[in-house]
Design a protein around this ligand. Sequence first.
Ligand code: ADP
Ligand code: MG
Length: 208
Amino acid sequence: MDTDLARAWVQAIAVAVGRHRDHLTQLDSAIGDADHGTNLDRGFTAAATGVADLSADTVGAVLTTTGTILVSTIGGASGPLYGGAFRALGKVLDTPVAEPLAFAEALAAGLADIQKLGTAVPGDKTMIDAYAPAVAAFEERARQGADFATAATAAADAAEEGMRSTTPLQARKGRASYLGARSVGHQDPGATSTALIFRSLADTAASA
Ligand code: ADP
Ligand code: MG
């Protein structure tokens, strides 16, 4: 990943989130407060604008700026979680070009940041259920020597599988956990947006 790909990724997320805004909000209306789509649309639209004319020498500069904008614009539980994750990625990627293994390390730092702040573990029916398998898949492919787009596609596939795996789970973190057993049978909104974030990465890398 170079700075152009980092910028294109953020812009692709903004497009994907905009396109899926109503779906994300619908999912959040079933087990939350119906703001996930609008929250993320606001945040990633602001981030896409913010990085568009940012003069950045490193991938980290693009992703750190993205994280800072997300923290200040998304709100809710997901704002600090996604914002912190992008900032954690940015901190690791203090380089003009990140090879797949370095990017895998950054994704792992993002995961650690989400878990430190939100204390969720896999199976709690959160964004972690999509994010954690995506990180593992990206890292596995990177270790095998795969190129960036191949690793990102494996990560997106794993994120989508993780997203679908949240439906039968009972939420143990966040607003959905207040519903107890009534949260079962609904796909988690945050896991769904995480899958969009990884699919955007795969699509952007494949067309770079
Ligand atoms: P809010 O719940 O404050 O309205 P959003 O609707 O924007 O925030 O985001 C909800 C999503 O945030 C959930 O679907 C879940 O994936 C994620 N989430 C909530 N709490 C946590 C947590 N403690 N750790 C990880 N993810 C969480
Ligand atoms: Mg919500």
